[in-house]
Design a protein around this ligand. Structure first.
Ligand code: NAD
Ligand code: DAU
Length: 329
């Protein structure tokens, strides 16, 4: 199989490339990535001689036609992915997440190529803390931020291209990922690298917000399951029953790194901050037979902390600029 992976130099995409090279040596991998501030060639260094890398924009119609015409399937990770950035400047979220997905859809339509589109649970909006319901494939879309509304827009384009043009596409909506190679702007790596840099961790508001954590390899194995067994036109939710409040996650980071429980700052809350996400991944489990392998969050988090401790060369070059963008908060 010749597989085109968009956004393969980002957090989840790079881990997907590593997993694919490691476990599916018969797959020929091409990565296309614009190398924005969030993309790092270094994340692909261990597999550099096993893949083809193309620096390019998913919104580049001609490039997408050429690359899609040379492959059998596409996994589409490329996106602007950070909510806080989407509040500071939404423009690239529209051009990459919406126009980029449009360009890719036109290319897979023209070439009859299979597409798997990577999306997020944020398209469903948020839940109350005590709501017994979790998100399912039937939950209506109700996104809150410029980021999540751009992802919702992209999902709707994919659905329309399936229905109107018979494009062979599947969609997955996953919850919050953690693991190696995640940008230090995101919650868990920001706190770990703050501690490693002599800064205090920063908790938004009171830290009551709940996220449903999943290890990035569990997400990526689910993507492979959908790629191989998923039904065209279907959506699958990916989650590993990992609900935790931000306060709980931070307490665990502090404990695992040998810091005092009170060794953090509460800072201004994110505007429009979604309260809780929770995924019911029953369809993926019962219909396609996927199960998560990382069942102990504490162990997965400890391994992630260890990775950031051992890979300072990877994150230190962009740590300072990231904290500057956050300002004093
Ligand atoms: P990331 O920000 O770490 O990586 C995004 C990658 O896309 C980067 O390598 C960047 O250079 C590339 N990119 C950005 N704009 C591009 C463009 N116009 N053309 C080509 N490449 C471009 O993001 P991530 O956390 O790895 O997320 C990957 C995908 O997974 C996104 O679609 C995101 O919405 C989705 N997702 C993320 C999470 C999560 O917890 N991180 C959860 C669910 C879904
Ligand atoms: O749910 C899936 C989504 O998860 C993905 O679609 C997004 O791409 C991904 O970035 C993530 O979005 P979140 O907004 O949930 O992730 P973030 O890491 O930015 O924040 C996680 C929680 O931690 C959120 O409630 C905000 C809070 N937070 C974040 C930062 C950066 C803090 O309390 N302090 C911080 O410094």
């Amino acid at each position: 199989m010749r597989l085109l992976i968009t956004g393969g130099a980002g957090f989840i995409g790079a881990n997907f490339v590593h997993l694919t090279v490691r476990e599916r040596p018969d797959v020929q991998v091409t990565v296309v990535d614009k190398l924005t501030y969030a993309g790092h060639r270094e994340s692909l260094a261990p597999v550099a001689n096993r893949i083809e890398f193309v620096k390019g924009d998913v919104a580049d119609v001609d490039l997408m036609h050429r690359l899609v015409g040379e492959c059998d399937a596409v996994v589409h990770f490329a996106a602007e992915s950070h909510n806080d950035n989407s509040l500071r400047g939404p423009a690239p979220f529209i051009t990459t997440n919406i126009n980029g997905t449009f360009a890719l859809l036109e290319a897979v339509r023209a070439h009859g190529v299979r597409l798997h589109h990577i999306s997020t649970d944020e398209v469903f909006g948020d839940l109350e803390i005590d709501d017994p319901q979790r998100f399912t494939e039937a939950t209506p879309y109700n996104p809150s931020s410029p980021y999540s509304s751009s992802k919702a827009s992209a999902d709707l384009l994919v659905r329309a291209w399936v229905r109107s043009f018979g494009v062979n596409a599947t969609i997955s909506n996953c919850s919050n990922n953690y693991g190696p190679y995640q940008h230090v702007e995101k919650f868990i790596p920001r706190q770990i690298t703050n501690i490693l840099s002599g800064l205090r961790p920063k908790l938004y508001g009171e830290g009551r917000n709940v996220r449903d954590w999943i290890h990035v390899d569990d997400h990526n194995r689910a993507v492979w399951t959908i790629l191989e067994k998923g039904i065209a036109g279907e959506t699958y939710l990916i989650g590993a029953d990992g609900e935790k409040s931000n306060r709980e996650v931070l307490a665990l980071v502090l404990e695992l790194m040998g810091r005092e429980p009170a060794g953090f700052d509460c800072v201004a809350d994110r505007p429009g901050h979604d309260l809780r996400y929770a995924i019911d991944s029953g369809k993926l489990r019962s219909e396609l037979g996927w199960e998560p392998e990382f069942r102990d969050f504490r162990d997965g988090l400890a391994a992630t902390i260890d990775w950031y401790q051992r890979n300072k060369d990877w994150w230190q070059p962009f740590k300072e600029a990231t904290e500057r963008a956050y300002g004093a908060g």
